[in-house]
Design a protein around this ligand. Sequence first.
Ligand code: K1U
Ligand code: ZN
Length: 167
Amino acid sequence: MAILNILRYPDARLHKLAAPVTVFDAFLKALVRDMAETMYAAPGVGLSASQVDVHKQVIVVDVSERRDSLVALVNPEIVERWGVSDIEEGCLSVPGIYDTVERAERIRVRAYDPNGNALTMEAQGLLSVCIQHEMDHLRGKVFVEYLSPLKQQRIRVKLAKQLRRSA
Ligand code: K1U
Ligand code: ZN
């Protein structure tokens, strides 16, 4: 197992489009294990392969308090959505920035598990928002890009300051 490096916004690699997974092999299972370890260590409630510079359609999520309910989705697709949620979001690629984005409150998702078994699941609340956030990463979209140009500018300044302080 390994802790992977998480790309930081505004790294251009966060805007790459992830490709569908076609082979469900040992490399995919190792990627899922490493992503889960990286998410738990961060700590976070979700992580996409895009954030660790692997541009394949893979996400992991665990919103449970006990951190024992890992959901790993390969080639996820939202097939139905209901309601509106405005839960505050964070992002491991944009540390220290939290804001709300309009998302569906409840979703039905079709995906594969890491063994290649097809699955359908329903999610609501934070789990729903987190899956939508991670799926955005797979299409190269970072949550701050939904915010106003003024907020995005302020975020860039704040992140540049963080970077200078840590250098
Ligand atoms: O995609 C990511 O960078 C992970 C992100 C997921 C997310 C959080 C909240 C709403 C939508 C999506 C995070 O996990 S940020 C860190 C975080 O929220 C958290 C960290 C520790 C404990 C609980 C939450
Ligand atoms: Zn994120």
